[in-house]
Design a protein around this ligand. Structure first.
Ligand code: SF4
Ligand code: ZN
Ligand code: ZN
Length: 328
């Protein structure tokens, strides 16, 4: 931990961080309190969670989802919502075992219920083999599979919200990339929440929408939250996102608070981007959300295995959630 040689702006303890956009130094305790309050205000500002909501947290093993889970757990009594976690085990050799063990520790330290969905048990193959069979890059197949299984898990579990751990730096880089590549439909999906659609999709929320990446990193370090140490073997940095994050951070350094004012203006304007009113047609195989009558998971698996695997995934998840009463 960097020694700042300064005192906390709120008490006399040693400061561990300076927050430039607030012009404040914080000690460990006041920084933790500051971040919890920031997420509390984000939830209120964007009306992310209601009393009695059942919030299913998508835990990956990384710092962002772990910090989100920790903070939501601390806020659950105040807001009166229930919390449980889900993890998608992608069956990637080595990395997935480590991720699963870490999310189990993360859930255990909070006493939270966790369900692990294993891709191997649904398809008989892990992600690496699936992307080879699909002849598509692993990360693109991974994104599709995770989106599908997380939504399905949320529906089957009876959750009213699915919480995703994207932080402000991620959202801003995705939004700028969408603008530079003129992928405006993609931008329309980057708001702080989406609505639930009966029996088809559970509303997604992003409680870290206004939280800087550096803040989740420090919070995880200070509270010694276990996180995955190794990197997915398929990880390839997206060069444009990396460069955009660097530029964003340079501007933030010159003009502290720029990220926050960007995101708030972005939310005001997001309604003007195309894509919000896409067609919604249930998949003819699994009944899940699609825009063409065939969801991307069923389309992909039908091409690879000769049969759409959505119905099988649904049965698997129903069995999995039947044996655990998540929300007690
Ligand atoms: Fe999935 Fe790619 Fe991330 Fe690996 S690096 S977990 S394949 S998105
Ligand atoms: Zn203090
Ligand atoms: Zn389907």
């Amino acid at each position: 931990m960097k020694e700042l040689g300064r005192r906390c702006s709120l008490c006399n303890k040693k400061a561990v961080v300076y927050i430039p956009y607030q012009r404040r130094y914080y000690c460990k305790d006041h920084f933790v309190e500051f971040l919890i309050n920031k997420v509390r205000s984000t939830i209120k500002r964007y009306k992310l969670i209601k009393n009695r909501d059942k919030v299913l947290v998508a835990l990956s093993g990384g710092k962002d989802s772990a910090v989100m889970m920790d903070i939501l757990f601390k806020l659950s009594k105040d807001f009166g919502f229930k919390l449980a976690a889900v993890h998608i085990d992608l069956g990637i050799e080595g990395f997935s075992d480590e991720s699963r063990k870490v999310v189990e520790q993360q859930a255990r330290r909070l006493g939270a219920n966790l369900v692990v969905v294993r891709l191997n048990e649904i398809l008989g193959v892990g992600l690496t083999e699936l992307s080879r069979k699909a002849r598509r890059p692993p990360c693109s197949v991974c994104g599709l599979v995770k989106r599908y299984l997380l939504n399905l898990a949320a529906l089957v579990s009876g959750a009213s919200k699915l919480a995703l751990g994207h932080n402000l730096d991620d959202i801003m880089a995705y939004a700028l990339k969408g603008f530079l590549t003129q992928d405006l439909r993609y931008i329309s999906k980057l708001g702080p929440s989406t609505e639930s659609i009966d029996d088809l999709a559970v509303g997604r929320i992003r409680p870290l929408y206004e939280v800087y990446e550096s803040e989740t990193r420090l919070y995880a370090q200070l509270l010694e939250i276990p996180v995955v140490k190794s990197r997915c073997p398929h990880f390839r940095p997206n060069q444009m996102e990396v460069e955009l994050k660097n530029v964003i951070n340079d501007i933030e350094q010159e003009r502290p608070g720029m990220k926050l004012s960007f995101i708030r203006r972005f939310v005001r304007n997001i309604q003007y981007y195309p894509g919000i009113n896409e067609d919604i047609i249930p998949c003819k195989y699994c009944g899940m959300i699609s825009s063409t009558g065939e969801c991307s998971f069923c389309r992909l698996t039908k091409r690879i295995f000769g049969e759409p695997m959505g119905p099988r995934a649904k049965r698997y998840l129903k069995d999995l959630f039947d044996v655990q009463n998540l929300w007690t």
